[in-house]
Design a protein. Structure first.
Length: 159
C-alpha cells in the first residue's frame, strides 16, 4: 500500500520496473535471504524459472529489443546450507552438445535438464537467443598469413 500525499488516501498500488536496453547476457539473482529486526534466515522456497524462452519483451522499453527478447538459461549457481555456511555448485549447459552438466568441486558429470530447477538455485544466467552464434572464430594472424603478423619488417622493400 502507498499513502498518496496529494489525495491523502492509502492506495493499493503495483510497483513495476522496466529495462531500457536488454543485455545479451543476463544474470538474475534470486533473493534467498530474509532480514528482519529480530532474525535473518535463508529462504528455501522453490522458484520456477524457464530453461528456454524467457520472454523479456514485456519488461523492456526499447522497441528494438522487443523484437529479440527471448532468453535461454545456460547456467545456474546453487547454494546448499544456511546463512552461516554451506556449499556452492553450478549447473552449466554445454553450447556444443546442448546437454546440462553438474559442476561440483572436483566432480563433473552430465545431468537431466529437469534437475536444473531446484530450490537451491540462487543465480540464473541467461543468454539472448542468437547471441554468439554468428560470431566467427578469428584465426590468429600469424597462422592465416594475414594482418600485422604477415607484414614485412620496417625498412624492407616490397618485391
Amino acid at each position: 500500500e502507498y499513502y498518496c500525499k496529494t489525495c491523502k488516501k492509502l492506495l493499493t498500488v503495483t510497483k513495476k520496473m522496466d529495462l531500457w536496453k536488454l543485455p545479451d547476457i543476463m544474470a538474475i539473482q534470486l533473493k534467498r535471504f530474509q532480514y528482519t529486526q529480530q532474525w535473518r534466515d535463508k529462504l528455501d522456497v522453490f522458484v520456477d524459472f524457464p530453461l528456454e524462452g524467457l520472454d523479456m519483451a514485456p519488461h523492456t522499453l526499447s522497441p528494438e529489443d522487443k523484437k529479440n527478447a527471448l532468453y535461454d538459461l545456460y547456467a545456474v549457481s546453487c547454494h546448499g546450507g544456511g546463512l552461516g555456511g554451506g556449499h556452492y555448485w553450478a549447473y552449466v549447459k554445454n553450447r556444443i552438445d546442448g546437454k546440462w552438466y553438474n559442476m561440483n568441486d572436483s566432480s563433473t558429470g552430465p545431468m537431466q535438464a529437469s534437475s536444473v530447477k531446484t530450490s537451491e538455485a540462487y543465480l540464473l544466467f541467461y543468454v539472448r537467443r542468437g547471441f554468439g552464434k554468428a560470431a566467427a572464430i578469428a584465426k590468429p594472424a600469424a597462422a592465416s598469413g594475414e594482418g600485422d603478423a604477415a607484414e614485412k619488417p620496417a625498412g624492407q622493400k616490397e618485391d
